[in-house]
Design a binder for this molecule. Structure first.
Ligand code: KE4
Length: 435
C-alpha cells in the first residue's frame, strides 16, 4: 500500500518554494524543515485551541505545540487578554518594568532551587549564559554534556547534539572551532558508571554538568534514578554545578518541572518555551550565591536588548498563573497515557515493533523493540518507518513532531474526544504501513 502523502497541499508547496528563495531551506529553524520525514514543510495559516490550520485549509490536531510552549493550547483567552493589554502599554522599553519582577517571582515560587533568575530571549541564550556562569563561578573550564541532549545552538554545546542537529545528521556542526569544544566532555546519558569514572579522574576540574533531566531531544528518554542520584552526588562532592536544562520540561512535567517530579535540587536551571507562553522568553536561575555573580551584581557578563520584554512577560505571567490556578497536569497525564495504550495496541495489531516512552504530557512512539535509553538506542530505531507513520498521521489530520528525535506534547485544549480521534487515526495509519 502506498505510504506517501495522500493529501495534496499546493499552497504549502508554493509558500515553501517562495520562502526558499529568501530564507535558507525556507525555514527559520531546521527543526521545521521536515528533514527527518521528507516531503514539503506545511505552512501554517493560523492556530486555535488544539488545532493548526495550514494555508490549504487543512486542520490538524497539534501535538507539537510550538515544540512545547503551547501547553494551554493556542489562543487561550487569559494569554490573549494579557498580551493585548500589554501591547497597548508599549511593546518594549529598554528599561526595567514590573512584569519582569512578577514573572521572576512566579518562577521562584514554582522552583525552590531557583532563588534568583535572569530573563533572556531564548533557551539557547539561557543555556549559553548558564554555562558561562558555571565557569565564572567555579573558575573552571570543563563542561559535561550528554550525547543526544540538545541545549540550543551554543557553540560549546553543539557537539553530539540532539533535536534537529541529530535529525539532519549534523550533531557536530561545521563552523565551530576546536577551541570552543575542547573543554566539552561528552558522556552517555543514563550511564552512571561512566560518570563515576570521569569524575574520579577530572571531577575537580569540571565547572558544570548540563543535561535534559528528561530527554525530549532524542525522542522521550527518562533518566534512571541511579543516574540522577549519582549525578547529584558526584557534582556536590567535586564542587561542580549541576545544571538542569528545563527549557522543555519546565512547567511541562509539573508546575515545578522535572525537578519537582523527581524531588531534585540542581544548582542552576535553564528555562524557556512555556514561561513565554508562545513569546520569545528564556531564563536561567538558581542559587542566590551563584546568580549574584551575574553582571551588574557580579562580574559575569550577559545582556540582551529584548530580555524581559513586557509583552512576552505578560504572556508568561498569564500562562503560569493559569497553570497554577487550574493545573492541567493530571488530565494531560491521563490523556497521554491513553494515547500510549492506544498506539501500542494498534502497533501490535498491525505487526509493528514499537515502544511508547512517556513522562506526563511528553511522549514519543519509537519503532523499536528494546527500550530507548541513550543516543545509541535512539539512533537505532526505525526512522524510515517513523517518517511513513508521520505522513500517514498527517493525512489523517494529526500533526506529530516531524522527527523521531523529538517529543510530542499533549495540550490543555485537547478533550477526550480528541484523544479518541488520535488513537483511531493511529490505528488506521499503522494498518496502512508496510510492516
Ligand atoms: P531555543 O533556543 O530553541 O528557544 O531553545 C533551545 C533548547 C534548549 N534546551 C532544550 C532542552 C530544548 O529542547 C531547546 C529547543 N528545543 C527544540 C525542539 N526540540 C526547539 C525547536 C527548534 O529548534 O526549532
Amino acid at each position: 500500500m502506498n505510504d506517501l502523502p495522500r493529501i495534496d497541499r499546493p499552497k504549502s508547496h508554493a509558500a515553501h518554494e517562495r520562502a526558499k528563495r529568501v530564507i535558507p531551506g525556507g525555514v527559520n529553524s531546521p527543526a521545521r524543515a521536515f528533514g527527518g520525514v521528507g516531503g514539503t514543510p506545511i505552512t501554517i495559516h493560523r492556530a486555535e485551541g488544539p488545532y493548526l490550520y495550514d494555508v490549504d485549509g487543512n486542520r490538524y490536531l497539534d501535538f507539537i505545540g510550538s515544540w512545547g510552549p503551547m501547553i494551554l493550547g493556542h489562543g487561550h483567552p487569559a494569554v490573549l487578554d494579557a498580551t493585548i493589554a500589554a501591547m497597548k502599554d508599549g511593546s518594549s522599553f529598554g528599561a526595567p518594568c514590573e512584569k519582569e519582577t512578577e514573572l521572576a517571582e512566579l518562577v521562584i515560587d514554582a522552583m525552590p532551587s531557583v532563588e534568583m533568575v535572569r530573563f533572556v530571549s531564548s533557551g539557547t541564550e539561557a543555556t549559553m549564559s548558564a554555562i558561562r556562569l558555571a565557569r565564572g563561578y567555579t573558575g573552571r573550564d570543563l563542561i559535561v554534556k550528554f550525547a543526544g541532549c540538545y541545549h540550543g545552538h551554543v557553540d560549546s554545546l553543539l557537539v553530539a547534539a540532539g533535536s534537529s542537529a541529530l535529525t539532519l545528521g549534523v550533531p557536530n556542526s561545521p563552523g565551530i572551532p576546536k577551541g570552543c569544544t575542547q573543554d566539552t566532555l561528552i558522556l552517555q546519558y543514563n550511564d552512571a558508571a561512566q560518570l563515576a569514572e570521569v569524575f574520579s579522574a577530572k571531577g575537580d576540574a569540571i565547572a558544570g554538568v548540563i543535561l535534559e533531566p528528561v530527554v525530549g531531544n532524542m525522542g522521550l528518554i527518562p533518566p534512571s534514578e541511579e543516574f540522577r542520584k549519582e549525578l547529584r552526588r558526584l557534582t556536590a562532592k567535586h564542587g561542580t554545578l549541576l545544571i538542569y536544562d528545563e527549557v522543555m520540561t519546565g512547567f511541562r512535567l509539573a508546575y515545578g518541572g522535572a525537578q519537582e517530579l523527581f524531588g531534585d535540587t540542581p544548582d542552576l536551571t535553564c528555562l524557556g518555551k512555556i514561561i513565554g507562553g508562545g513569546y520569545p522568553v528564556g531564563a536561567y536561575g538558581g542559587r542566590r550565591d551563584i546568580l549574584q555573580k551575574v553582571m551588574p551584581a557580579g562580574p559575569v557578563f550577559q545582556a540582551g536588548t529584548l530580555s524581559g520584554n513586557p509583552v512576552a512577560m505578560a504572556a508568561g505571567i498569564a500562562t503560569l498563573k493559569e497553570l497554577k490556578t487550574n493545573p492541567p497536569y493530571a488530565r494531560l497525564d491521563a490523556q497521554s497515557r491513553r494515547i500510549g495504550e492506544g498506539l501500542l495496541a494498534a502497533a501490535r495489531d498491525s505487526g509493528h515493533a514499537a515502544r511508547f516512552q512517556r513522562i506526563g504530557s511528553m511522549w514519543t512512539l519509537f519503532f523499536a523493540a528494546a527500550p530507548i535509553t541513550d543516543y545509541a538506542s535512539a539512533v537505532a530505531s526505525d526512522k524510515a518507518k517513523f517518517a511513513r507513520f508521520f505522513w500517514a498521521m498527517m493525512d489523517r489530520g494529526v500533526y506529530l513532531p516531524c522527527s523521531q528525535f523529538e517529543a510530542a506534547f499533549t495540550c490543555g485544549a485537547m478533550t477526550d474526544a480528541h484523544i479518541d480521534e488520535t488513537i483511531a487515526a493511529a490505528r488506521d495509519a499503522l494498518a496502512s504501513l508496510i510492516p
